[in-house]
Every structure is written in C-alpha cells, then in structure tokens.
Design a protein around this ligand. Sequence first.
Ligand code: HEC
Length: 413
Amino acid sequence: MGALETFGWEWGSALIRWLHVIAAIAWIGGSFFFMHLDASLRKQAKDDPALAGTSWQVHGGGFYEMRKYLLAPPSLPEHLIWHKWQSYWTWMSGFALLCWVYYGQSQLYLIDPAVMALEPWQAAAIGIVALALGWLVDAFLCRSPLGDNEPLLAVVGFGYVVATSWVFTQFFSGRGALIHTGALMATIMTANVFFVIMPNQRKSVAALMAGQKPDPKWVKSSKVRSTHNNYITLPVLFLMLSNHYPSTYSNARVIPAIVTCIIVAGALVRYFYNVWHLDHDHAPWWAWAAAAAAILCAFGFAATASPGMRSLMGLADLPAETASLDQPKAPQEVVDIVQTRCMMCHAAQPMDWIGEAPKGVLLDTPEHIARFAAAIRQQAVLTHAMPPNNFSQMTDDERKTLARWLGVETAQN
Ligand code: HEC
C-alpha cells in the first residue's frame, strides 16, 4: 500500500465519520425533541376535542405554538413535513463507515488471527449477514404472539443482542465485536423507521385524506417500535464510541457482560427522562443510582478481565506469549527499536498510567509488530504521531530503519 493510499484511507474515514456524526445529531436530536414536545403538551377545556394538546415554546427570538392532533385534524395542509431522512442518512453513512474502516481495512481492525483467521470477504460477509439477520429476528419477534407482551418482548430482544455480541467475539477482534453489536442495534432502529413507522404513517395520512379513521393497529405498532428506539438510543451511542477506548473492548470474553450493563444503564437513564418530562414531581430518581451501579459493573468486568490489570492487582501472572510459528515476524533490528521506543505503552502490561495497550495495539513480540506493520507505518513513519510528542525520543535513524522495513522511500535514502 502506497503512502498516498494510507492517507486516503484516513481522510476518507474522517470525512465519512463527519457526515455520520452530523446525521446522527439531527436524528437523535430530533427524536429527543419530539419526546420532550409530546410530554410538554397541555390541554385546555375550551380546546377542540381532536386536539391532544398545545405547547408554547420560545427559541431564537420567536414564539412557537405547537399543537398535536392524534387522529384527524380538520384538514391536512399541503406542506406536511416528514422526519425520516435523518434516520436513513445516519444508517447509510454509518454503514459506509463500517465498510470503509472495518471491511476495507479488516486486517487492521476486524480480523484478529488469534480469534479466527478469516479472509477479508468472509469477515465482511459475516458482519453484513448478522446485521440483516438482526432485523429479520426483530421483525419476527414483534409480529409473533410475543409482540403483545411488551415486557417479555423487550427481555427477549435484549437477550438476542447480548447473545449476538458473544457470537461476534467468536469471529472478530474485540473492537470489531463491539462495533458490530452497536451496528446491529442501530440497524434495528432504522429498520423500525423504514419498515414499520413510516409505512404506518403513510397509511394513516391516506386514510385521513379519504375521510376515514386510521386503524388503531397502525398507531400501536408504530408506538411499540418507537419506544424500542427510544430505549436503545443511549446504549447505541456508547457502543459507537467504545471503539476508541481499548479497555472497553480488548478483553473479548467480558464483552457480552459489558454490553448487558451498558444497555441496562442507558435504558434506565432514558426511562428517567421519559417520566421526568411528563411529571417532574414523580421522577424516578432511583434510576440514576441503578444506572451508576450498572456502569460500575461494566467497569469491574473490564478491569478484572484485563491481563495487565490482573497482574497489577496481584490476581494473576501475565500469560506467557504463545505465538504460532507460521506467523510473519518483524526483523530483529525493527523489534529492538520498537521494544525500546514503543513497548512501554504498547504491551499487555504497559507503564502504570497507560492502563491498557492504547487502541489495542500490542507491539511486544516480533509477530505482533509484523501484524501492525501498516499501522506502524502510518503512525511512526508517514507521520510522527507516535511516540506521542516523541515521548521515548525515537531518532530519525530509527525511523529510517522502520521505513526500510516497511518499504517506504524517504527523501534521504
Ligand atoms: C507514551 C506512550 C506511547 C508510546 C511510547 C507509543 N505510543 Fe502508540 N499510542 C499511544 C496512545 C495513547 C495511543 C492512542 C492515541 C489515540 O487515542 O488517538 C496510541 C496509538 C497507537 C496506534 C494506533 C493508532 C490508531 O489510531 O489506530 C499505533 C499504530 C501506535 N500507537 C504505534 C506506536 C508505535 C509504532 C510506537 C513506537 C514508535 C508507539 N506507538 C509509541 C501511546 C504510546
């Protein structure tokens, strides 16, 4: 891979992520706004009976009078604004980012040969099939008899997500497993909008135009899906950010436990706000304490599963390195440089203020160094991002040695 190509991958990733974050702000912001608006509606005795309530708001120097009609407003205006593209754009840009980072550069981020030596196309196929399957299972569950029992439906759906996160850890790197769990939940959210909420809304509008009453079944199934989306939102956001924090994903066997805690914590916080917006006096403040306990559990799982932390806490010795013979190895002169300049941070037990090998990049053996060759080129040769602020005083000659190993031409040699 040429130097320009490496830069291209990184800029592509930055630009797609930019778009994705903007779309997600619009979507989640809009949905929080409507939840809040719904809860702020007030009804007056003299109001039109078709009116569910009115909310007066002030923003940007103007006053807004917002009214909600549950069923039939007296007439539908020409310009009816639909809120759907925020959700679609979030999913499309998110899927593009998944393809760009995790399928396009799967050797770096998705495939861990110690878990399973997949070909890039196999890894991508597993990820895409799992996302599609997630939606199908969700659709099946909601339409099954379970659909009438909302609490049970929520528990089964929750179990499915946690079980799938475990399945992901059997195929992918920890980082890949956690981001796919987030993508699975986000796909279910957008699918709820695309396949259920929007079609029902279209049917309701058509019925109103024809002077008929919309079927209450449509209203109910939309309500169930949007409640699901509401509770999923906060956990999904955490999972989307988790891939920047190695201590959340680097010990794959606790990933399902961490996912469980995060979903519980995020849903509890949403629950608090849902009630609080409606009725400040009866807000379930206990939800915050319960959410904090769940986060503490997630932290505990992450800390006690990390080999570096375990040996620091005197719980266990660092496991001996078991590298297979047929993996590519970095040459000795490179290993020497990396061990003196990088390993204080990029090891199973780094210096004590580092905690976990940053970004899951372990540079402690010739095999690991070879595995991260492309990332080392990006961070220490093409740019001088590593070591951070040249913490370990790497010399230009050492960088040239790395460049020679990585096949990078430099002006001087
Ligand atoms: C002082 C500690 C420290 C040293 C020494 C160090 N790193 Fe890092 N490294 C970090 C931290 C912290 C990060 C995470 C940066 C971030 O979050 O953007 C990181 C991230 C990385 C990444 C992943 C970048 C990414 O965004 O995916 C690579 C690759 C890397 N370092 C390689 C090296 C190499 C090669 C060396 C030696 C030449 C080195 N590091 C030396 C602390 C260190």
